[in-house]
Write a protein that binds this ligand. Structure first.
Ligand code: MN
Length: 364
């Protein structure tokens, strides 16, 4: 094979020790732009639940995902069920202006389709009531049961048009099926038609990966991220973003490792198709979709170096503050973000500007 000019240039770049993938061009810095010194903190991956769901779950699911007894989660359950004064008091104590709320994982996705539809409506109605009662403190993401894609699409529409929802959250795979299966297209059509971002939250590993990814002590800290990151890559590979170019996909936990792998994904994606002689099925490179369609949040990742990397790789308009309350601690997450050496503009975009734009939140 003769080496073309592009390959030679790439080799030269790699040999020089530089990344072939440039840092994300920052598009929003205008000379003379006024940057507010104070900023609101909006946390965008914050959980709630309803007792009715746990009543159902206690009949069918003997233990929690990490194998702990339900009793170990007593304090967490109390916080999950509170959509009022207790939750707001904890927000106030830690300087959190607003929570973007979503149902605890795995949502209604383990339920039989008919039960899931009923529970999703109940959960969404209750969330809508909490948002209506506290419109400056709460926003929310619609819960759906992808196991019935048509019903899920209708609930996405109801959430957007009747319940004042700001997006949709799906906990990765549903009964071991990923959203790149064409049967789920009605969900993407509803997201696009209603301009709703999709928060792709982790779930436990699929049955096919369970033996490999059941690693004691690493269930959440590794296996959840592998599953959710893999799911996002599958959506890219299936051409979802070519088909729905304005779709916004939000990933927690600093992007479920995608920002870390981004240059290697481009490099080996091109290489794999060149070596196999097959034509590339995507219009753009993996990094184009990751940096244009995907937004990452800091949920559960109170660590400066990773936040810096995400800002540099994704661009400062694509990183959003999140905590993962009540599984993570509000105080620790706020202290961590406050201690990070960020510019005023980065901090204001990270803490509220980006979430206000992506989820179309009210600004007071
Ligand atoms: Mn979470």
């Amino acid at each position: 094979m003769t080496m073309n000019r592009r390959v030679l240039m790439k080799m030269a770049v790699l040999a020089a020790g530089a990344s072939a993938l440039p840092a994300r061009a920052q598009t929003n810095s205008r000379p003379g732009q006024t940057v507010p010194k104070s900023y609101r903190r909006i946390a965008v991956e914050e959980s709630f639940s309803v007792p009715e769901y746990f009543e159902w779950r206690s009949k069918y699911v003997p233990t929690t995902t990490i194998g702990a007894p339900a009793s170990a989660f007593k304090d967490i359950y109390a916080r999950l069920f509170d959509l009022g004064s207790g939750r707001i008091a904890e927000m106030d104590a830690n300087g959190i202006a607003m929570q973007v709320l979503s149902m605890n994982a795995p949502g209604v996705q383990a339920m039989p389709p008919a039960d899931a539809a009923v529970m999703a409506r109940l959960v969404n109605d209750r969330l809508a009531a909490a948002i209506a009662a506290h419109p400056t403190r709460f926003a929310g993401l619609t819960t759906v049961g992808p196991q019935d894609p048509q019903t899920a699409a209708k609930e996405i529409e109801r959430g957007a048009q009747k319940l004042n929802m700001s997006g949709v959250l799906i906990n990765s795979h549903t009964n071991n099926e990923f959203l790149d299966d064409p049967k789920f297209l009605p969900i993407f059509e509803a997201l696009a038609a209603n301009d709703m971002p999709l928060y792709l939250h982790p779930n436990g590993p699929t049955a096919a990966m369970e033996d490999t990814l059941k690693i004691p002590g690493f269930t959440v800290g590794w296996s959840y991220g592998v599953d959710a990151g893999t799911h996002a890559v599958r959506l890219i590979a299936a051409g979802i973003f070519d088909r729905f170019p304005t779709l916004k996909l939000v990933l927690g936990h600093m992007g479920e490792a995608l920002p870390f792998w981004i240059s290697r994904m481009d490099n080996r994606f091109e290489w794999e198709y060149r070596m196999t002689g097959k034509s590339r099925p995507l219009k753009r490179l993996p990094s184009d979709y990751i940096r244009d369609n995907i937004y990452v949040t800091t949920s559960g990742m109170n660590y400066g170096p990773q936040t810096r990397m995400a800002l540099d790789v994704m661009g400062r308009e694509h990183v959003l503050f999140a905590i993962d309350y009540p599984y993570e601690d509000n105080r620790e997450a706020v202290a961590a973000i406050d201690a990070m050496p960020l510019s005023d503009l980065e901090r204001s975009l990270l803490c509220h500007g980006n979430s206000e734009r992506v989820f179309k939140l009210r600004k007071t």
